[in-house]
Design a protein around this ligand. Structure first.
Ligand SMILES: CCCCC/C=C\C/C=C\C=C\CC(=O)SCCNC(=O)CCNC(=O)[C@H](O)C(C)(C)COP(=O)(O)OP(=O)(O)OC[C@H]1O[C@@H](n2cnc3c(N)ncnc32)[C@H](O)[C@@H]1OP(=O)(O)O
Length: 280
């Protein structure tokens, strides 16, 4: 079979350089199956694929590449066998420099808009725990296949930070208002099976390769469909959420910076980081 592992940064060097000071393409790899036209983006930032500034920049470049090269589909998964993504890098949020946190949150917004609003068909193979920002990443895709025995959800309530509008909108659009409210207000993490029950994921499988097959099956369903019509329909379907968040993006970012920088939130983040350190 003809596989081409693309160093994304060959083509997007300019973009990535202007986005990031991290070393080029260190946190993920993009592999295109030239026979199917489906690319797999494998997150590879040990130990937990936390979303640092550099990670978000590379994710943005990958999504942009998928759009520019008109891939038939994009599958997002993790190279780790235990963690899909632990979400935002807590070190970016704890004792942040004011300019950096502003730019970090703007970057997060940019990536989210790019992925959520992209015309490329997308699927997530969640082969490990998927927490907060990790859950957002999966929810921004169209289809989710989850490997059993892991946890997924948005735990902000337990971390002591508010769930931001972008995260709420995504959760609501997938599981509905009431289920989202019940889950988000207590920071509930669902097992794979519970996630299936509530509609947070579309399928539960026994392992990653089975998950990839299911995701490919979903993406192959569009073979006979006009890519242009499909892409436009997806955008129309998602435009209400996007429009609202675009309209208020600067207001949301500034408010969040203020909240994150507050003493109470910083104390909670510090305690959360301490708990993680002490769990060993
Ligand atoms: C308007 C636009 C703006 C949008 C909104 C923006 C911001 C709003 C404000 C906040 C939003 C926050 C959303 C988030 O995503 S916050 C992150 C929440 N995530 C977590 O709490 C995950 C915590 N991690 C875990 O539960 C476990 O690590 C996990 C189950 C993922 C894996 O467990 P495992 O046992 O395999 O690994 P550990 O030993 O726990 O961890 C290994 C190592 O990694 C460090 N680490 C874990 N998670 C993070 C993280 N999110 N960021 C940074 N570092 C992390 C952990 O501390 C260990 O480090 P070390 O001890 O080995 O040094």
């Amino acid at each position: 079979m003809a596989f081409r592992t693309k160093n994304l940064f060959e083509k997007t060097t300019k973009l990535v350089r202007s986005y990031s000071s991290d070393k080029i393409y260190t946190h993920m790899s993009l592999t295109l199956n030239e026979q199917t036209g489906i690319a797999t983006l494998e997150l590879a930032k040990p130990p937990v694929n936390s979303m640092s500034f550099g990670f978000l920049s590379q994710l943005a470049a990958a999504v942009q590449q998928s759009e520019a090269d008109k891939y038939k589909g994009l599958i997002i998964t993790s190279r780790s066998s235990g963690v899909f993504s632990a979400g935002l890098d807590l070190k970016e949020l704890h004792h942040p420099d004011s300019d950096r946190i502003l730019n970090y949150l703007r970057r997060l917004q940019d990536v989210w808009f790019q992925l959520y609003d992209c015309s490329t068909p997308t699927a997530a193979v969640i082969n490990g725990h998927s927490i907060a920002g990790g859950c957002l990443l999966a929810l921004s895709c169209e289809y989710r296949v989850m490997v059993n025995s892991f946890k997924i959800g948005m735990n902000e309530a337990l971390v002591g930070v508010p769930v931001s509008p972008m995260f709420i909108a995504c959760m609501q659009s997938v599981i509905g208002q009431w289920e989202a409210e019940k889950a988000l207000l207590v920071g509930r993490l669902f097992t794979s099976e519970e996630a299936l029950g509530v509609g947070l994921v579309d399928e539960v499988v026994g392992g990653k390769s089975e998950g990839v097959c299911k995701a490919e099956g979903y993406l192959a369903g569009f073979r006979e469909v006009s890519a242009r019509a499909r892409g436009l329909s997806k955008r129309y379907l998602r435009q209400e959420v996007v429009r609202d968040l675009v309209r208020r993006r600067e207001e949301d970012v500034k408010k969040l910076v203020e909240i994150i920088s507050s003493r109470g939130v910083q104390d909670s983040l510090g305690e959360h980081l301490e708990r993680m350190k002490n769990k060993k």
